[in-house]
Ligand binder design. Sequence first.
Ligand SMILES: NC(=O)c1ccc[n+]([C@@H]2O[C@H](COP(=O)([O-])OP(=O)(O)OC[C@H]3O[C@@H](n4cnc5c(N)ncnc54)[C@H](O)[C@@H]3O)[C@@H](O)[C@H]2O)c1
Ligand SMILES: O=C(O)C(=O)C[C@@H](O)[C@H](O)[C@H](O)COP(=O)(O)O
Length: 557
Amino acid sequence: MPRIPRVVFIGMPGSGKTRIGREVASLMGCRFYDSDDEIERREGMTVKEIFGRYGEDEFRTIERDVIANFLEITNFSKSHRNANSSDESHVIFDGVLSLGGGAPMNRGTQRVLREYASHGGNVVYLDAQPEEAIEHATRSGTRPLLKHNPQKVWMDLFEKRDPTFRTISTFIMPTHGKTPRQAAQTVIDTLAERVIHISGATPEYDVRIGTATMRHLPEILGKKVIRVALIHTTSVQRHSDKARTILRRAGYDVTDIVVPDAEKGKTLRVVSHVWDQLGELGFTRSDAIVGVGGGAATDVAGFIAATWLRGITYINCPTSLLAMVDASTGGKTGINTDAGKNLVGSFYTPAGVLADVDTLRTLDQRIFIEGLGEVIKAGFISDPQILRIVENNADVLRTLDPARIDDDDMEIITELIERSVHVKAKHVSADLKEQGLREFLNYGHTLGHAIEKLEHFTWRHGEAVAVGMIFAAQLAQIHGIVDRTFVDYTRDIIESVGLPTSWRGADDSKVLDIMHRDKKARGNMLRFVVVDSIGHARRLENPSEDSVLEALHRVEE
Ligand SMILES: NC(=O)c1ccc[n+]([C@@H]2O[C@H](COP(=O)([O-])OP(=O)(O)OC[C@H]3O[C@@H](n4cnc5c(N)ncnc54)[C@H](O)[C@@H]3O)[C@@H](O)[C@H]2O)c1
Ligand SMILES: O=C(O)C(=O)C[C@@H](O)[C@H](O)[C@H](O)COP(=O)(O)O
């Protein structure tokens, strides 16, 4: 089976393509290759001699062929493949390749790199500080190009190459302040991330799930952003501290804006107060918001971003399981009003979602388990494998102490997050504004939102959704859509992870009243999402009030 480099480094002269590339290869226990060495071996001449004898155009053609050969472009089949997963594959991703500084400027080489990346290859742009890179590049005195006025020559090249490097790379790695070893470790951590692309929205963006993912904040914000408002609650202070450090190191002017915890933060009063703060700070359209926290914090941060100056850039850094699997992705932003939950908001897409799974370690156990409500929902509406993983690991999940998550637990949790985000991505990419498919993400929410409101938010969102799913299953059974076994299975899996399975809280009329204010309702007609077989959702429109109340009474037991 052909072997293809797992990562290809590109960058300016002196950016560390060889030093960092070698470190990455050594940490991964694989071989390091340099395209210039390979060209010299193949041609039996030095790069300088090839330039001298044939000129740059011919050199770039040879270089393109060597790189294409390395990347086995012709061996790629149409089947999906991912260098970062163990998916079945017709090639093995192994080794590290470093390219000559000017290589990605050749159109043919660009096509080769794009094809490689489209099959899961990693093209890493080492983004070095000019002074450091120039110093490194000129130190050996072996680069003829930089012999005279290296500062100007390097900067001119940088102006030309940087935009291309940014578009051609699959990720950009700022190297400033890092030893080659640290930079290599960061590359390896990034390669281990699970990345889910969200399309069908402007901007399109990635959800990155892994460790220390907040390091990507600067590369997503880019160079135009000057001020960043870091919106968070005090309960996640240590995580927002990390974000602040990363942002300040990258040169942003960062202001912390602390909002009240949980649903208390999702109010117009809080939003209005933050608008005032942004006004005082002189926030312009080229400034940005970073929301760090649970789903309530990311919902309100997103809403503020959507409404300030009619929309500025924002990034979500979810820190609860529920926010990672659901709330942070998809661009539903909003606040609660006296009339009900999430009744005011907008669809406004983040520029990126950075889920650092290590932040889960500071969660309360109840909040962790709550998140499983939305995980199970994703399983019921779209991905039966999620339910199998939950079933197989129910004891671990129910008794998990987040402070003591070990590697095996983390693997299970990360898999559940990744799968749930895929479910979310499928629905929001196809239907950002909830005109059809996206409604299925609301499974369990019609009663769920009513419970939250009637219990004055003492019930957690995921807990209420859990009971809401049992209610929806009961309703589906009453309407002959599923049988009793399905209802029992729903209740059992929810119970197995320690989520509530019943609720008795209010007059029927109060529950019905809130259900009528659900966003899925149309006029006087109630509409529900039900599941007719595991992994497949559909709508149930205008069921009789008797059947709705019968289902409600069944969850009181
Ligand atoms: N926009 C969407 O698509 C979407 C989807 C699902 C849920 N939601 C919303 O998300 C909210 C529920 O999210 P949630 O369950 O994360 O609740 P939450 O935001 O209230 O967070 C739960 C609690 O955990 C704390 N917390 C969060 N991360 C922590 C950490 N790492 N360490 C310690 N404490 C931490 C929070 O401060 C809070 O006290 C609801 O408002 C719900 O409506 C939105
Ligand atoms: O993203 C969606 O769409 C969802 O419905 C996801 C839900 O899990 C989430 O709770 C959402 O906030 C509910 O939206 P709402 O419009 O019903 O309030």
